[in-house]
Design a protein around this ligand. Sequence first.
Ligand code: ZN
Length: 315
Amino acid sequence: MAGTDRRITCRARLAAPLLAATFLLGAGDGGALAVDELAPGVYVHRGAQLPLDVPGHDDIANIGFIVGTRCVAVIDSGGSVRIGRALRAAVRRHTSLPICYVINTHVHVDHVLGNRAFQDDHPSFVGHASLAQAIVRSRPYFVKEYAPDLDVPAAPEQVIGPDRLVQAELTLDLGARPLTLHAWPTAHTDCDLTVYDQKTSTLWTGDLLFIERLPALDGSLAGWIAAIDGLATQRVQLAVPGHGPTTTHPGDALARERGYLESLLQGVRRELAEGKSLQDAMLHVGADEKSGWLLWSDVHPRNVARAYEELEWEK
Ligand SMILES: [Zn+2]
């Protein structure tokens, strides 16, 4: 999700009883997050499809871990220290091997605020070359808007950034288990990183792929479409999107996401060519794509505004 940008902050729409039920379902018994082993040694916790400003908002991203013969890599740490601790407890239910890496797929709160829960494991925190600056830039906003998720007292140093950066590609070995990390040009954000488990051909896409939940733009629309085209060429048995169900047919999900983003691109370009205002663009662009996406009215207007701002400069 887009957590660094106020403009993309969503509005509560769900009834409180439903929210409470979803919130409780997030964690398994004993404080461990519920995870599924979707491929040998690949454990995934599925986040809830909730906006960012309701109870349970710290548990909306897909997060998890991969176990090698030597150590464990956590992939995204959740939207609070509480969720990070619950993910750590889930790791410990499945293995006593050390946690050697905490990999963040990008800067958004729902993927990074749990990092501190792993600090005492002394892992290497790994991210895109631009993630370090993105974390520095976002810290004041995170501390102001998400203080309860950072534990008490909230302080900038509790938002832990990467100490190992990926410029283009990096392979990490968990012991008979190489993971290939790929740093993408600006797309969903300016710091998107994917993780490919060679052993099971599982690709963790971060928020380069949304399924069911409407994609939220916080980087470059044209760049995101190019990244999707790059992802579509990869041989993948299982894809773990940033949000929504995992899939063994990522090509279909990528095509659906691309269709929405392309419609946004062409629609905003057309409005700009006709000299239409942002308000006009918000009324006209993308309506044909609405069917089947969650959180449309929360996210789509922000995407149009973001695209309008980006594409204005093409003129
Ligand atoms: Zn995101």
